[in-house]
Design a protein around this ligand. Structure first.
Ligand code: NDP
Length: 330
């Protein structure tokens, strides 16, 4: 078994020396446990937060211990009732080839119903984040104009498409390359999109949304958030889902300078944490699953192969190498 350990807490951009790929013996499952051969590992922006010691909504990774993350794999030995060799499970002991998982913390998934990797993305954690964030926290309603940043990523691409499928008047996305922008408009059906690297966000947003926006789904923070606050209409809503532009910052980052707009336009700004919304999981799968099967909703995955490339895949998410969900295939 090979597994990734965190050796030191990164300052700024994580460096290879902060991590090690360690060889260990494969353990056998104890009572109530299963041994899983991982097939797909998730790498996600929130993992950067767990590499730091700062208090947050999930505990920091321990130094000298294997890191964790979403994973899907096959049960190869079972010491737990209800789990058989050959079952496929979703669990949270990623960043390794083999995992001994408490059956209580494993959820069976059906490889016939959907490709296994989608349980980490389009039908999994990132999909639910998009669904709950837009519909519940963002209180999206038909006719709203929606702006989403990180729009070609896992969460963002589903936010835009859910909004479109549910009758948004206009959906605008931003992303970090011209190819991603093209994909948003030509394949995902966004009404407008722009490359935030090509000019000031506020200027490009104004052009893309001349009548303003009603919901801003924030994956990025910083300049995007300020621009969106400036573009929101009366009683607009901001869903704070992530602030990836700041995850490697070593200094406190400046806030939006136009907060008075929150007062003037009676805006609501609220954070979303996917873990608070698992009660929507079955409703989400019932509504979004058929859209994916029918092709009404498109999704992409960027797949990197091999446990030895797990770290590079993670760094790639922070750099924007991915289109759609970044997955490591073992
Ligand atoms: P993505 O698939 O969107 O990957 C991250 C993307 O962020 C990259 O592809 C890159 O795309 C973009 N990015 C990187 N740096 C910057 C920057 N400086 N400015 C603008 N964009 C940047 O990841 P996810 O869909 O998994 O996550 C999206 C966001 O949602 C993240 O902020 C994440 O932390 C958050 N999240 C929050 C959850 C919650 O419960 N609150 C749950 C899941 C995710 P590009 O080429 O466009 O720059």
């Amino acid at each position: 078994n090979r597994e990734w350990h965190l050796l030191s807490r990164p300052a700024g951009w994580p460096k290879p020396e902060d991590f090690a790929l360690v060889e260990t013996e494969v353990e056998q499952p104890g009572p109530g446990q299963v041994l899983v051969r991982n097939q797909y590992l998730s790498v996600d922006p929130y993992m950067r937060g767990r590499m730091s010691a700062a208090k947050s909504y999930v505990a920091p990774y321990e130094l000298g211990e294997p890191m964790q993350g979403g994973a899907v794999g096959e049960v190869v030995a079972s010491n737990a009732e209800g789990f058989a060799v050959g079952d496929h499970v979703l669990h949270f002991l990623g960043w390794r080839e083999y995992a001994v998982v408490a059956a209580k913390q494993a959820v069976k998934v059906d490889p016939e119903a959907a490709p296994l990797s989608t349980y980490l993305g389009a039908l999994g954690m990132t999909g639910l984040t998009a669904y709950a964030g837009l519909l519940r926290v963002g209180a999206f309603k038909e006719g709203d104009a929606v702006f989403v940043s990180g729009a070609a990523g896992a969460v963002g691409s589903q936010v835009g498409q859910i909004a479109k499928l549910k009758g948004a008047s206009r959906v605008i996305g931003s992303a970090g390359s011209d190819e991603k922008v093209k994909l948003l408009v030509e394949e995902y059906g966004f009404d407008a999109a722009f490359n935030y690297k090509n000019g000031p966000v506020w200027e490009q947003l104004k052009e893309a949304a001349p009548d303003g926006i009603d919901v801003y789904f924030d994956n990025v923070g910083g300049e995007h958030l300020e621009a969106a606050i400036g573009a929101l209409n009366l009683r607009g809503r901001v869903v704070i889902c992530g602030m990836i532009s700041q995850y490697n910052a070593t200094e406190p980052t400046p806030g939006p300078r136009n907060m008075v707009k929150i007062l003037q336009n009676r805006l609501r700004v609220e954070g979303v944490l996917v873990g608070d919304h698992y009660d929507l999981q079955s409703e989400f799968v019932q509504e979004v699953g058929p859209w994916i099967r029918s092709g009404e909703m498109k999704y992409r995955e960027t797949v990197v192969e091999g446990i030895e490339n797990n770290l590079e895949a993670f760094l790639g998410v922070l750099r924007g190498d991915n289109t759609g969900k970044m997955i490591v295939k073992l």
